[in-house]
Design a protein around this ligand. Structure first.
Ligand SMILES: NC(=O)c1ccc[n+]([C@@H]2O[C@H](COP(=O)([O-])OP(=O)(O)OC[C@H]3O[C@@H](n4cnc5c(N)ncnc54)[C@H](O)[C@@H]3O)[C@@H](O)[C@H]2O)c1
Ligand SMILES: CC(C)[C@H](C(=O)O)[C@@H](O)C(=O)O
Ligand SMILES: [Mg+2]
Length: 358
């Protein structure tokens, strides 16, 4: 079969990690006799540099729409960090997520047993690991609500962002969380701030309604502040974490760290059909960009998610995940997952190791 993949390398380490992920995808194609056809497109800071007035050119969105799936590296960086700028790299992400109606963001946080020594919780983790799925709502909430910067008559500036959720928005993401839990350990933790936010109280009510269709799944509600503490205290209590756009962003970075590094966490952004956007959860890491230091595994694992969710190629996805695990059985580590007695390798070498273990 032939699959059309839009590739958006983006900024910072984005091009470095996507290059390795594309190499892995090509190797999978050779092994299993599939053809992956790539169309490269610009978004983020590099697009602002070229097009000036937008971080997401129309052409990029069109290329994505004409593809079966999108692979994205990361966007942003200090060069474009002016807080007064009207055009910012991160707007490209919202444009893609909103423009492609990708309301469901799956962020699996798995601790590979080989990386236990790289986790800050290594002395507190009993058994082999952590396996949490963060189901993050991706096209609503405060990211997409009304925002405004005003200057009052007295010259003071006032800025406003709005958190807003509708019943249908909560319902569709909650269903995905419960469906996921049915295939996992049958527990959903819905995370909100219902002790203060009206939008969270609606969220809670809708989640309770959806839960009625899943009698086998245990539902618990936790406040986001408690959740962030519980994730460090005992991450093994979680199976599926269902939460809003902003809370999911924050909690997934936290979850990534307890699994060793943000360089390990992939993500899938999905909508109503098989089309999806796949990206590591990390950003453009300007501090290590261009130095062959970035861990490409999060992006490589994102490609595995693409094979599974957009193309239904489960054996192919397994082969990537197994290859990553085999590499971690060896002594080779990128800097972010280094521990005593291991051998440090760069982005390229890590990518090559995955390819050779396929
Ligand atoms: N999806 C995206 O495109 C995305 C996601 C998050 C942040 N950003 C943007 O990226 C820029 C930098 O953001 P930030 O510094 O807050 O977060 P970041 O995720 O880029 O980096 C945070 C820290 O993690 C490290 N890190 C991240 N990815 C790594 C990898 N693959 N291997 C090894 N170490 C890695 C970085 O070196 C840094 O120390 C900002 O402009 C931000 O808006 C983009
Ligand atoms: C860069 C930013 C807009 C983005 C988000 O908050 O969604 C990022 O942090 C992520 O996790 O993908
Ligand atoms: Mg984030």
């Amino acid at each position: 079969m032939k699959y059309k993949v839009a590739v958006i390398p983006g900024d910072g380490i984005g091009p470095e990690v996507t290059e390795q992920a594309v190499n892995v995808l090509n190797a999978v194609g050779e092994k299993f006799n599939h053809k992956f056809e790539y169309t490269y497109a610009k978004a983020g800071g590099c697009a602002i540099d070229e097009f000036k007035t937008t971080a997401l050119p129309e052409e990029t969105l069109d290329i994505c729409k004409a593809s079966d799936a999108v692979l994205l590296g990361a966007v942003g960086g200090p060069k474009w960090d002016d807080t007064k700028a009207k055009v910012r790299p991160e707007q490209a992400l919202l444009g893609l997520r909103g423009g492609l109606n990708l309301y469901c963001n799956l962020r699996p946080a798995m601790l590979y047993k080989q990386l236990k020594d790289a986790s800050p919780l290594k002395d507190r983790i009993i058994g082999d690991g952590i396996d949490v799925l963060v189901v993050r709502e991706l096209t609503g909430g405060i990211y997409f609500g009304e925002r405004e910067l005003l200057t009052k008559e007295n010259g003071e500036e006032v800025a406003r962002d709005t958190e807003q959720y509708s019943t249908s928005e909560v319902k569709r993401i909650a269903k995905i969380a419960f469906d996921s839990a049915m295939k996992r350990n049958k527990k959903v933790t819905s995370v909100d701030k219902a002790n203060i936010l009206e939008s969270s109280r609606l969220w809670r009510r809708v989640v309770e309604e959806v839960a009625k269709d899943y009698p086998e799944v245990t539902l618990e509600h936790l406040y986001v502040d408690n959740t962030s503490m519980q994730l460090v205290r005992d991450p093994r209590q979680f199976d599926v974490i269902l939460t809003s756009n902003m809370f999911g962003d924050i909690l997934s970075d936290e979850a990534s760290m307890i699994t060793g590094s943000i360089g390990m966490l992939p993500s899938a952004s999905l909508g109503d059909n098989s089309f999806g956007l796949y990206e590591p959860i990390h950003g453009s890491a300007p501090d290590i960009a261009g130095k062959d230091l970035a861990n490409p595994l999060a992006t490589i694992l994102s490609v595995a998610m693409m094979l599974r969710y957009s193309f239904g190629l489960n054996a192919e996805a397994d082969s990537i995940e197994n290859a990553v695990s085999k590499v971690l059985d060896t002594e080779y580590r990128t800097g972010d997952i280094m521990s005593e007695g291991k051998v440090k390798v760069g982005t390229k070498k890590m990518g090559e190791l995955v390819v050779s273990n396929l």
